[in-house]
Design a protein around this ligand. Sequence first.
Ligand code: ADP
Ligand code: ZN
Length: 607
Amino acid sequence: MRLSNKHKKYFSKGPKNLFILILVLLGMLALLTKLTDYTRQIKTINYSTFIHEVEQDRVREVTVSGQDVQGIFKNGSCFETVIPYIPRHWDILKEHNVNIRVENTANQFNIWYFLLFGLLIAALAIIWFLLRQARGASGGGSNIFTLGKSRAKMFLPSTIKENFDSVAGAVEAKEELKDVIDFLRNPAKYRRLGAKITRGVMLIGEPGNGKTLLARAVAGEANCPFFSVSGSDFIEVFVGVGAARVRDLFAQARKFAPSIIFIDELDAVGRQRGNGFGGGNDEREQTLNQLLSEMDGFQTQGGSVMVLGATNRPDVLDKALLRPGRFDRRVVVPYPDLSSREQILHVHAKGVSLDPEIDLAMIARGTPGFSGADLANLINEAAIIASKKNQNAVCLKDLEEARDKIIFGKEIKSMVQTKEDLRVTAYHESGHALLTLLQPEDSDPLHKVTIIPRGRALGVTHSFPEREKYTTTKQEMLAKIVTLLGGRVAEELAFNKLTTGAYSDFIQATEIARNMVCTYGMSDLGPIIYNQRHGDFAYSPKMAERIDQEVQKIITECYDKAKTFLKQNSDNLDLLAQELLEKETLYATEIYVLLDIEAREDYRFVQ
Ligand code: ADP
Ligand code: ZN
């Protein structure tokens, strides 16, 4: 595996926003009050003093509003006073050349009224905001009394146009989901023999790769109603509302069983419990607990309710969600590889008049790292560009223009690898793959190799054990370390420079080596536990030094071995990396043919 070193930040939305809004409003109020305090640093003087000051020629101007007078001394400081209803002062003021301004008392502008008014508005805004939050932006027509009602959108089978033909590529995902469709169509078939039907499937993949599309297609294929909701719709300011909504959603779905519930952004509700701050996030935990108990108990007589969840953060999900009887199936929906991209382009080009010269396979080649949504967008953007120019058909130049536009947008969001990056990733993964093949006795069979990014991994080499393993030999552990280090070695051999991409391989390799020395007694230090986790077996600092030396010895020897292997097979390394760059994903069978190796007999994953 090769890792990118881009980290994403996730900001949680919802109640925190409200909190911030209130803070800002309070801040503004405080500021206003402060300002008025400041301007109110005015000296209050009595009438006699006022007249005296005027007579001393110390007053520059006054503003008279009824009996209230505000004025400025010639030295710049301000004062205020109240004058009686006697006309005498007018003459005195005139005599001493004071500027007089008279205000109509009815139009008097009082900063305090203004503040009070502001406070009222702020309070109203907060109440309005709370209500809106509770209702949600899309809750059209609902009010505070329907808070606990689910906000899921329901689609009847007649309105669902998607089926498996609408989803291009995604072969593995479709294969997995075929079972689900059969469960929904023929529940009796499975129940007859007492089989427990799957209740939940987790669709895992980056946005835009067709998770929603697949879920709708399942509903279309099974011809059953589809309830669509986003995990964030459950999260509310008021404790208990989310749980009530979950209850309502499942009650609805059960009424229409067999049916499908699709929960997008499952991680919004499904995050690990018990790590909230300030006393935990009660609302979310209640909602999650409700979801778990609904999933445990919703087997109905008529037909089943299938829950499809979508997420791109399976790592943050609460473990309880993944237990049997809940989301016990996981379907990975990856970025499309070359041939999938071509098929997706074909699907979306159907209703668009394209220049017959255009070769969509070539377009697919030029769009690595594009998601299904990006490809749909590509065709659409190109059509818009062509329409603007009043062309009769979309031509290659329009597609190229649209592509550049999308790439520019994507680069900001990251994960589009440059050509050079892709080359390094291809060599890295080829290194892993080749070393697996070169140590057949001690490695698990290779499944596939890909340079299609997933999560933070830029590429992955999969191999699976042929059977459940209960023990591992020293040879197998060493072979694993050699294979893990092969990524870096391949990069080094091909490009003679070091990148950060091998970081997670090193973690794994170091962990294995350390366990060999400290836990499994597989080094010269003998069958002794030197493991901090087994706190009873303390060891001396001198021993710690020897442990480090042993670990280092294992890693160095494995690194050298990987280097020797790959140097001897540099032709195959180049061949494999080139093919991987071309096709992006290679299954083991294709690699056997390419490198002219005899396929392993026990190879189970025929593609
Ligand atoms: P996600 O739910 O994974 O974010 P969506 O299912 O919403 O992705 O996909 C967005 C759009 O991208 C779809 O409506 C469709 O137009 C297009 N798309 C994605 N994957 C595919 C695919 N495999 N085949 C055809 N179109 C796809
Ligand atoms: Zn790696």
